[in-house]
Every structure is written in structure tokens, then in C-alpha cells.
Design a protein. Sequence first.
Length: 329
Amino acid sequence: MTTPVEAALRGLALGEPAVFKNLAVFPLVAGAEVAAGYLTLAEALKGGHARVTEVSAGGVVPELLFDNSSPHGVLLLDGDELVGAKQNRVLNVTVLVGANQKVVIPVSCVERGRWHALSTEFRSEDRMMFARGRASKMSQVSRSLRERGTRHSDQGAVWDEVGAKAARLQASAPTGAMSDVYAHVGSDTRDFRAAFRAEQRQVGGVFAIGGRPAGLELFDAPGTLRSTLGRLVESYALDAIELGGRPRRADLEEAKDFLSRAASARTEVARAVGLGEELRLEAPGLVGEALVVDGRVVHLSVLEAPAGGARTASASERARRAARRGRAA
């Protein structure tokens, strides 16, 4: 039986890569231009159609409240960053919130050293968590959903990922904010963003760092890819900048193999936070997530699985207890 992921990938053409330094993007192109039937998070917040706040005056680390007051659905992507309120967060999963709906969304903190309000509402930044951090978080959320029925990350591990990235890039981050890491290499990531442009009818891409496929990103509409490509490029660029070195030529056959492995990944299905179903994907060396609504893959993200870096149970438990108390550890 064909899975939604296999069906979504089957009708796409894989093009020759665009390359800048050690990052390459193989475009995935659909046969027709299709309009998205939803607003993006940035569109909804900019237009005043939605609000993101703490769930209460006291707040809790792993949850936020999303209030969609528009007559359209709103798409929030795994890894998207929300800035403000008591501390900056990133989405743990991709969510499609229905028209005029309020939904509690699962998030992770990416600013360890702050727990006081800077604003009553969050704003959306055109930025998401770096790809390797998303992969680790994605694996943690899959484990949490399987073992506890929740979509929690290992918050302590997320903080460690951000802190380690700051240290390796020699970025000053007084509150441990991921945003400070991006600011530190902003001129470099802007160059990466400027180097890649969406092709006509492009709905996704296979991203390769140093010639090696690192991730697959796919949407149901070219317009969503166009509005998202810049921050996707930046999320992979942060890892590419850290890796450095001379690039190895990106190989089309390796990109095809990555797509094949993603299509055949083992799938676990759960009811999504908002509309549709959430698919958690696992294959040797890969971890992934897909949001499927009415049989259609709205968003698919498959990343190179993290290797090693396991935390001790006691450290993870301390982080979970801190999150439940509603403060940063």
C-alpha cells in the first residue's frame, strides 16, 4: 500500500542543484502550480489574524497558546522561532490550525537564561532552528510521543545544542539565545540566503552540506516553499558554516537515494495537534515528520539523524522537572 509520503514524492522531478560554498539544494519540482489553502504563520501574525501568547500569566516552558481569529487555516512549521514573552521558543511539530480555532502548541525553549516577560505576545522571526538541532529535537519528540503520548523535547538537550553551537561559532549569547548565534554570523547567512532562489513550481528540495545530503523539505504548494526557502537555507547554512572546509561535489544519485530512503521510512501515525494526522518517520540514519491533511502531505521534513550525544537520564529528568515548574533551569 502506498503511503502519503511515497505518493507525495512520486510525482516530483528532482533537478540539478544550486550551489553556494559547501551548501547545495536539489530542487523538487511539481507538475503544476497549486495554491496553498492556508496562511503562513508570518502572514497571520503580520496581518493581525492570529496571536501567540504564554498559556497563562505564569507560563510553562513547553507550551504556548495560538489563537487563530481568521477564516483561514494557519500553518506553523516545526523549528519556526517565536520571539518575546518570557523566553524565545521553537515549534516542536508542524501544525495546521483551523479557522477561528485556539490550540495549545508544543514548543522548546531556545533561550536558557531568561524567564521574564519582554512582551505580552510573541512575534515571528524569519528564522528557524538550525538543521542539526531540529534533527535532534525531532528524534526526541518522536520518542516522547511513542513513550508518553506527549510532544515534548528533551529541553536540557535542546539548551545544550544551542549552547554548543554558540561555542563552536564563538558567538556571545548572554541569555543562551539562539537568536544571538544567528546574529553573530548574520552577514554569512545572508550571503547563503541570497544565493538560492525558488524555481517555478518548486515545492521542496534536498539539502546537501559538504556534498552529503543532510535533509529533505517538502510542501504542498510552491507558494509555501517560496515564502519559507530563505529560512530553510539559513537553517542548513548555520551547520554548513560550522563545518567549513572545501566542498565536495553534490551528487544527484546520492540525493535520489536520500529520497528513496525517506519514501520507505517506517511510519507511526498520530492525530495531529491541529488538523490532520502527524506521521513520525524513522529509517536507518534518518528521522522525519510529516503533516497529512485530507490525504495530502502539507509539510514533510526528513533529516539526517543525530549520532551520539546521549544525555544522562538524571540530567534529562532535571530539565523536565524545570519545564514543568514553568521556568528555565
